[in-house]
Design a protein around this ligand. Structure first.
Ligand code: GCU
Length: 593
């Protein structure tokens, strides 16, 4: 009888085990296992990884992660995939953009690469940080499952201190982008369901103490700092040289907070002043560049550094004709440059956390941002696991970006149905955001109460800003209703029109009527005229800067794209409505001077 290995035995037994994935859904990689990454010099693991799509989860069933490298001629039993051999793909990437046969692939895919390391000095630690993987990412090192992360747009870390051996190691990531009822977002979105490891992968080495959180902000007229360190350290040393700050923050169970005597120059769009910050604890050192400002609401007004603010905005997705959801420094700067050309001081980063470089660059440029988690349309609001997932994604976003002066709004959702379960779920999210960061405004993109023709959403009481998505002239046909809604509504807090717009296909659209750029312009003209009369509206972020990819739009003008962009998918061709919005913002800006 052929001596059969455990792997071979398992390959037989697993055919009858539909609970194969249960051990790999620990969700133990989350906001609490993040390390603060500012200023860290890490080793990039970007580049070619072995890759294989795995529609039936054969890899988890057969335990591909338990295989060891061997030449084909040296193997003594059949195998269905050897993770250490075969096709490779570049990381970061979305597999949909790499091969036609993977364009609509939805399922698991395996990424594998060798990593050679030296012996780790006593007391030192290693962490792997993945900038984002859509949606579920299970991490294996040398055949050992270390954990998994849910959430397609936030970074996560996994400690490899014990897992990596001196010499060659094998890291395997099983990434699954299947849409399911309990995920965030759920199964139905109006953006493309990209998959893969699509932001940077970095290996960090730290001392025995690692700084996990560093949060600086202007609060109550003073500069406040929070440090959380994991490992032996009595205190943390915080320095902001330009403010003359050199202070020790005592740590109790690794956590310390301090109020600093400092008078920073305020960050603003006109003067985006950033300060170099260094924090050290137990030999670990991190840095950041932080702007200090205040944003608050009083009644129906938004105030930035105590001055009333109107948000001249535009909505943006993270999407590209060639690279999918993979963005770059150049792509982000082009997006902001186009927003500037429109006359924007504000962008809504829809509908999920964008790359962390976006807020860092916005800090430098003096742009204001609305950041959002993908609690989008229908969500399994009654499901505790879904609530845990959404809460974790929000916490990861806030801890990643709360040192970014450009970020003024955390948005906890988009166009969700007004049910009791949704109200409870999202009130919980608002509380989480405020607990993690009491200095920013909380919003959600809500729907108009069409039955009453009124801005009325039970969630508004938990928000600082009521976002309203309205499409009069497109989905909502009777344009006169918008003015009626204006008269019927008396919101007690600021309203931002977080979406409005219309499709216009500049290449194959008709001369006039729906999907023509001429009609898109007509909608913008009427929207601008009507919204300008509603004084409780303190901002607009029309939908959307660029055409973007989406599976569900396949008419002869859409052809797999949402064509509401003011610029086409080539990110160059402006449609006439671009100029209309730019003229409106120029007029508004001139009145503010
Ligand atoms: C909705 C939704 C967007 C969508 C847009 C549209 O309001 O929030 O994600 O793309 O409308 O229909 O174009």
């Amino acid at each position: 009888m052929l001596e059969r290995s455990d792997i071979a035995e398992n390959a037989l037994q697993c055919l009858h085990d539909e609970d194969y994935d249960r051990p790999f859904n620990t969700q133990n990689l989350n906001a609490d296992t993040l390390i603060f990454s500012g200023g860290r010099q890490g080793r990039s693991l970007d580049g070619e990884w072995y890759f294989c799509v795995d529609l039936l989860d054969t890899g988890l069933r057969q335990k591909w992660f338990a295989m060891t490298p061997a030449r084909p001629e040296d193997r003594i039993e059949p195998w269905d995939y050897d993770p250490h051999d075969g096709e490779t793909v570049p990381v970061p990437s979305n597999w949909q953009m790499l091969k036609e046969k993977w364009y609509f692939f939805e399922g698991s895919a395996w990424y594998t690469r060798p990593v050679t390391v030296d012996a780790l000095d006593e007391g030192r630690r290693r962490f792997l940080r993945i900038g984002a993987a859509q949606y579920d990412c299970k991490v294996f090192v040398n055949g050992q499952f270390l954990g998994n992360h849910y959430g397609g747009s936030t970074p996560f870390c996994v400690e490899l201190t014990e897992a990596l051996e001196p010499g060659e190691n094998w890291i395997m990531l099983c990434v699954n982008n299947t849409r399911t009822r309990d995920r965030v977002p759920m199964r139905n979105t109006d953006w493309f369901n990209y998959g893969g490891v699509y932001r940077e992968v970095t290996l960090f080495e730290t001392p025995a103490t690692v700084i996990r959180e560093l949060f600086l902000r202007l609060e109550g007229g003073a500069v406040k700092a929070l440090v959380v360190a994991d490992g032996p350290a009595e205190s943390a040393r915080l320095e902001i040289p330009e403010l003359g700050v050199k202070t020790d923050i005592p740590l109790t169970e690794g956590r310390g907070e301090v109020t600093l005597e400092a008078q920073p120059a305020l960050w603003s769009p006109d003067s985006p002043k950033l300060y170099d910050v260094t924090c050290a604890a137990g030999g670990d050192v991190v840095t950041d560049r932080v702007g200090f400002r205040t944003v608050e609401r009083r009644g129906t007004e938004i105030f930035l550094n105590g001055k009333p603010l109107f948000l001249r905005g535009i909505s943006v997705h993270e999407d590209d004709e060639q690279s999918g959801k993979v963005t770059s420094e150049a792509d982000i700067r082009r997006r902001f440059e186009h927003a500037r050309e429109l006359g924007c001081n504000f962008l809504r980063l829809a509908h999920y956390p964008h790359h962390e470089r976006a807020a860092e660059i916005a800090d430098e440029l003096g742009l204001l941002l609305w950041e959002e988690i993908p609690v989008y349309w229908a969500i399994d609001f009654a499901n505790p696991a879904t609530r845990r997932d959404a809460t974790n994604q929000l916490t990861e976003l806030v801890r990643r970006d709360r040192n970014r002066a450009s970020v003024i709004i955390w948005s906890i959702g988009n166009e969700n149905p007004d049910t009791d379960a949704r109200l409870d779920f999202m009130q919980g999210l608002a509380a989480t955001a405020r607990a993690e960061d009491p200095t920013r405004l909380i919003a959600a993109a809500c729907l108009i109460n069409h039955a009453k023709l009124k801005i009325e959403d039970r969630l508004a009481g938990a928000l600082d800003i009521i976002g309203i998505n309205e499409y009069y002239g497109w989905y909502d046909e009777n344009f006169d209703e918008l003015a009626i809604i204006g008269r019927n509504s008396a919101p007690d807090r600021p309203v931002v029109i977080s979406e409005t717009g219309a499709d216009g296909d500049h290449e194959k659209g008709p001369e006039r009527g729906l999907f023509s750029t001429a009609y898109q312009s007509e909608v913008y003209e009427k929207q601008i005229a009507t919204l300008s009369d509603l004084d409780y509206i303190k901002g607009i972020s029309p939908w959307i800067l660029y055409d973007f990819r989406v599976e569900r739009r396949q008419n002869v003008f859409q052809r797999g794209w949402n064509r509401k962009g003011l610029i086409a998918a080539d990110k160059q061709t402006r449609k006439p409505a671009f100029g209309l919005l730019a003229a409106h913002y120029a007029e508004r800006a001139s009145k503010e001077e």
